[in-house]
Ligand binder design. Structure first.
Ligand code: NAD
Length: 313
C-alpha cells in the first residue's frame, strides 16, 4: 500500500532515535516523508525534531496511522517491549502496515516478531544494518533483509533513502543470520589483524611497511584496510583518534553473544568465534567498552610488550 503513495502522503513511525535511528529518521524526513519519531530519551527526540522529524509522545502514537514503522533499538528485549502489549506497535499500527526492524537481534526472536506481526495483519522485515553511524548519516547503509519477497519490494523506497544497498537474504530471520555471521567473522579478522601488527612490530617491521604489503596481499580485509588498528597507515581509522566513535566494543560483544548462542544451538564447530567471544567479553569489562572494537589491538600490544610507533621492544 505505501509504495503507491508519494513521500509527503506517507507516514513513517520511527521508534529508537539513537546513534543509528536518529540519522535514519532525519534522512527520511529530508526525503519528504512524514516521520513521527519517538524515543525514551528526550534529547534524542529533540535532535531529530531540529532536523524535520515530528516528535510524538509514545510508541502507540508513532504506530497509529503509520504506513511504515521502523525500529532501531539496542536489543530484542526492547523490540518486544516496543512491539507487544496494548501500547505496542502490533496493537496500534493500521492493518497492512509495514514493519521494518533494523535492530540487531537474535534470529529466532526476529522470526517470532514476524509471525506475531502477520497474526496482527501486518507485514514485517528483519533488516539489520552494516555501515555504522557514518553510513546512517550519509544514507549509505547496507541492509541485510529477511522476509517475504513482496514485502521486501514494498520496502525498497525506504531502503533507497537509507542505504547504498539492501540484500534480500531469505525468509524471516535470514537478515539477522547474515548479520551475525558477518560480525563473528569481523571480530575474528580484527583480532587477527591486531596480532599480526604486534608480531610484525616485535620482529622489527614498521607498521606502515606491514600495512603496505598485507593490505595488497592475502592478508587484505576491512579490519586492516579501513579499520586499521594502529594509527598512521589509514588516517580515517578510529586508532587515529584514540578509538573514539566507530563500532563500540559493547556492540561487538552483544553481536558475538547472539552469534555464539546460534553457534551453540546449531552445533557449529567455531573455535575462533568462541575465542573472539571470550576476548571481547573481557574487553567489554574494561574502560575500553565504549571505544571502537579495533582497540583490541592495544590489549594485544600491551600484553606483547610492543613499543608503540613500530619496531621491536
Ligand atoms: P543507541 O543505544 O544509540 O540507540 C537506541 C535508542 O533506542 C536509544 O536512543 C534509546 O533511548 C532508544 N530506546 C530504548 N528503549 C526504547 C523504548 N522502549 N522506546 C523508544 N526508544 C527506546 O543504539 P544504536 O547504536 O543506534 O544501535 C541501534 C541498533 O543498531 C542496535 O541493535 C545495534 O546493534 C545496531 N547497529 C549499530 C551500529 C553502530 O555502529 N552503532 C552498527 C550496526 C548496527
Amino acid at each position: 500500500m505505501s509504495t503507491d503513495k508519494t513521500p509527503a502522503d506517507t507516514t513513517i513511525g520511527f521508534v529508537g532515535l539513537g546513534h543509528m535511528g536518529g540519522p535514519m529518521a532525519i534522512n527520511l524526513a529530508k526525503a519528504g516523508y512524514v516521520v513521527h519519531g519517538f524515543d525514551v530519551v528526550p534529547e534524542a527526540v529533540e535532535q531529530a525534531r531540529a532536523e524535520g522529524v515530528v516528535p510524538v509522545g509514545s510508541v502507540a502514537e508513532a504506530a497509529t496511522g503509520a504506513d511504515v514503522v521502523i525500529t532501531s533499538l539496542p536489543n530484542g528485549g526492547l523490540v518486544a517491549k516496543v512491539y507487544e502489549g496494548d501500547e505496542g506497535v502490533l496493537a496500534n499500527a493500521p492493518k497492512g502496515a509495514l514493519l521494518i526492524d533494523t535492530s540487531t537481534i537474535d534470529v529466532d526472536e526476529a522470526r517470532g516478531f514476524s509471525a506475531a506481526a502477520e497474526t496482527a495483519g501486518l507485514r514485517h522485515l528483519d533488516a539489520p544494518v552494516s555501515g555504522g553511524v557514518v553510513g546512517a548519516t550519509k544514507g549509505t547503509l547496507a541492509f541485510m533483509v529477511g522476509g517475504r519477497e513482496d514485502v521486501v519490494a514494498a520496502a525498497a523506497p525506504y531502503f533507497d533513502v537509507l542505504g547504498a544497498k539492501a540484500v534480500h537474504c531469505g525468509d524471516s530471520g535470514a537478515g539477522q543470520a547474515v548479520k551475525l555471521c558477518n560480525n563473528m567473522l569481523l571480530a575474528i579478522h580484527q583480532i587477527g589483524v591486531g596480532e599480526a601488527f604486534a608480531l610484525a612490530e616485535k620482529l622489527g617491521v614498521q607498521d606502515q611497511v606491514f600495512y603496505d604489503v598485507a593490505s595488497a596481499a592475502t592478508g587484505t580485509c576491512w579490519a586492516l584496510n579501513v579499520n586499521c588498528p594502529v594509527p598512521g597507515p589509514v588516517p580515517a581509522s578510529p586508532a587515529n583518534r584514540d578509538y573514539a566513535g566507530g563500532f563500540a566494543v559493547g556492540l561487538m560483544n552483544k553481536d558475538l553473544g547472539l552469534a555464539l548462542a546460534a553457534v551453540e544451538k546449531n552445533g557449529v564447530h567455531a573455535e575462533l568465534g568462541k575465542a573472539a567471544g571470550q576476548i571481547y567479553r573481557s574487553l567489554n569489562e574494561t574502560e575500553a567498552a565504549g571505544k571502537d572494537f579495533s582497540v583490541v589491538y592495544e590489549e594485544i600490544a600491551s600484553k606483547s610488550g610492543v613499543v608503540r610507533g613500530g619496531g621491536a621492544s
